[in-house]
Ligand binder design. Structure first.
Ligand SMILES: NCCCC[C@H](N)C(=O)NCC(=O)O
Length: 471
C-alpha cells in the first residue's frame, strides 16, 4: 500500500491485522470514499449518519418546552399536566430502554434496532400531533409514551454504533459530535417552533394550529429514519468487506450478566441521573422562569432557555476533542458538575443577566456529557454495551420521570426559588457520586482517570499481549 493510501486508511479497531491490505471492495472500487476502513468513509459518511440518527428525536423531545405558553393555553392545561408530557416520555424508559439495549445486544443487532426505534419515534410524534388536532390530551400523552419508547432506545443504538466504529480512537470527540448534532436539533426546535406556530396561526387557530405545527417534528423524525436505513446498509457492507466478527452465541449477553457490571458503572449511572434531572426538567420549565424572574418576553425567554443547547451544539465536539487529548474523564465530570451547580446558584440567588449563567451552563453541560458517556465503554465489554447504556438511561429516565412531575408540583406550590434549590440538591448528589468514583478509580488502577498518553500506552500493551496470545 502506498504511503498516501496508508495515510488515508485509518485502521479500524475491529480489523484483524493486515486485512486492510486485502480488502475486496464491493461496488465503487477502492476509492477512500467507499473504503469502510478509510478515514474519509468513517468520519465524513458513517460518523455524520450516526450523528443524525437522533436528530429528529432531539428536535421533538423539547417541542413542549418550545411551545410551553402556547400549549398550556391551547390545550387548557396547568404546569403539572404540561410537565406530564415529559413524564410520559420518561416513564416507559424506566424499564423499556433497558430491554431496548438488551434487544440490540441479543436480538435485533444495532442496525435493525436503530431502524425499529426510529419508527417508534416517528409514530409517537405523529400520534402527539394528531392528539392535538383532536384536542385529546390522552392521545397526546400516548404519543409521548410511544415516542419515548423509541427515543431512548434509539440513543442506546446510537451510542452502540459510535463505539463499534470508533472504539479506542477519538471516542470522546465522537460522543461530543453526536451530542452536538442532537443539540442542533434541540436548538432548531427551540427557535423555529414558535415562528412556525405563529405562521400557521394566520389561518388556523388553537389546538388545530398546534397539531399542524407538531407535524413538522414528524418530518424531522422521518429524515432521521431514512438516514438510519442508509447507515444500516453501510454498516452491513462494512461487516462483509472488513470481515468483522459477529458476537459468538456463547458470548451473547445474558440478563444475569448485569450483576457483574462493575461498581464504577453504577456510580456513573448515579452521576447521570442526578445531573440530568437538574438540566432537562429545568429547561422544560425555564421559559416561564425567565419570564417571571427576569421579566423577559416569550421570545427572549425562549432564546435564553435554548442557550444550553445552542452552546453545547458548538462546545460538545470541541470539549470531546480536548478530553480525547487530555484523558482524565472523571476530573472533567467533576468540573462539569461544579460549574453547573454554580450556574444554578447564580440563577437562584442573583439577578445577574441570565444569559451569563446559561452560557456557562451550556459549556459545563458539554464538558460533562462529552466526558461521562464514553467512560462506560472503558469498563463494559463491547458485546454488553447496549444493555449497559440501556440501564444507564433507564436509571436516568426514572429520575427524569419523577423529577419532571415533582418539579411541576414544586413550582405550582412553592415557586421557582425553591425549585432551584431542589435542582442544586440533586447536583450535590452528583458531586458526591463523582468524588466516590474518583476515589474508587484511584484505588483500583485509575482506568477512568488516566491521562490520554498513559491510556494509549496501556491500550498498545494490551493489544500486543492479545496478539502474542493469538500466535
Ligand atoms: N430524545 C432525547 C434523547 C436523550 C438520550 C439520553 N437520555 C441522553 O440524555 N443523552 C445525552 C444528552 O445529553 O442528551
Amino acid at each position: 500500500m502506498g504511503d498516501q493510501k496508508k495515510e488515508e486508511t485509518e485502521s479500524s479497531p475491529l480489523l484483524s491485522s493486515g486485512s486492510s491490505m486485502d480488502i475486496e471492495l464491493q461496488g465503487c472500487g477502492a476509492t477512500p470514499f467507499c473504503n469502510p476502513n478509510s478515514f474519509v468513509h468513517r468520519y465524513f459518511i458513517v460518523l455524520v449518519l450516526i450523528c443524525f440518527l437522533s436528530f429528529g428525536s432531539y428536535f421533538c423531545y423539547d417541542n413542549p418546552a418550545a411551545l410551553q405558553d402556547t400549549m398550556i393555553n391551547d390545550l387548557d392545561i396547568n404546569e403539572s399536566k404540561f410537565m406530564a408530557f415529559y413524564s410520559f416520555y420518561s416513564w416507559p424508559n424506566v424499564v423499556l430502554c433497558m430491554f431496548g439495549g438488551y434487544l440490540i445486544d441479543r436480538v435485533f443487532g444495532v442496525r435493525l434496532g436503530a431502524i425499529i426505534f426510529s419508527i417508534f419515534v416517528t409514530c409517537g410524534q405523529v400520534l402527539f400531533a394528531f392528539g392535538s388536532l383532536l384536542d385529546s390530551y390522552a392521545v397526546m400523552c400516548l404519543g409521548r409514551f410511544v415516542f419515548g419508547i423509541g427515543g431512548e432506545s434509539l440513543a442506546v443504538a446510537q451510542n452502540t454504533y459510535a463505539v463499534k466504529w470508533f472504539q479506542g480512537k477519538a471516542l470522546n470527540m465522537v460522543f461530543g459530535l453526536q451530542l452536538s448534532f442532537s443539540r442542533v436539533g434541540s436548538t432548531v426546535n427551540m427557535n423555529v417552533m414558535q415562528p412556525i406556530y405563529d405562521y400557521i396561526d394566520q389561518s388556523t387557530h388553537g389546538y388545530k394550529c398546534l397539531g399542524i405545527a407538531l407535524f413538522v417534528g414528524a418530518f424531522m423524525c422521518i429524515f432521521s429514519l431514512i438516514l438510519g436505513i442508509i447507515l444500516a446498509v453501510l454498516d452491513k457492507r462494512a461487516d462483509n468487506i472488513l470481515k468483522r466478527k459477529n458476537v459468538a452465541s456463547e458470548e451473547m449477553i445474558k440478563f444475569r450478566d448485569i450483576l457483574t457490571f462493575p461498581f464504577p458503572f453504577w456510580l456513573i449511572s448515579v452521576i447521570c441521573v442526578a445531573y440530568y434531572v437538574a438540566v432537562f426538567p429545568f429547561i422544560g420549565l425555564g421559559l416561564v422562569f425567565f419570564e417571571m424572574k427576569f421579566g423577559l418576553s416569550p421570545t427572549s425567554a425562549n432564546a435564553v432557555n435554548s442557550l444550553v443547547y445552542i452552546v453545547s451544539a458548538v462546545a460538545s465536539p470541541v470539549f470531546g476533542f480536548l478530553i480525547d487529548r487530555s484523558g482524565k474523564n472523571v476530573f472533567w465530570v467533576l468540573i462539569g458538575i461544579l460549574v453547573t451547580l454554580a450556574c444554578h446558584m447564580l440563577l437562584a440567588f442573583t439577578f445577574l443577566n441570565p444569559y451569563i449563567a446559561m452560557i456557562i451552563m451550556g459549556l459545563s453541560y458539554s464538558v460533562l456529557a462529552s466526558a461521562l458517556w464514553p467512560m462506560v465503554a472503558l469498563i463494559i465489554p463491547a458485546h454488553q454495551l447496549g444493555t449497559a447504556y440501556g440501564i444507564m438511561q433507564a436509571i436516568q429516565n426514572l429520575g427524569l420521570a419523577v423529577i419532571s412531575l415533582t418539579a411541576g408540583i414544586v413550582v405550582d406550590k412553592n415557586g421557582y426559588l425553591i425549585l432551584e434549590v431542589f435542582f442544586m440538591a440533586w447536583l450535590c448528589l452528583a458531586l458526591i457520586a463523582g468524588v466516590l468514583l474518583y476515589l474508587w478509580d484511584a484505588s483500583n488502577g485509575g482506568k477512568l482517570n488516566l491521562s490520554a498518553k498513559i491510556r494509549h500506552l496501556e491500550d498498545a500493551k494490551l493489544a500486543a499481549e492479545s496478539e502474542k496470545a493469538l500466535q
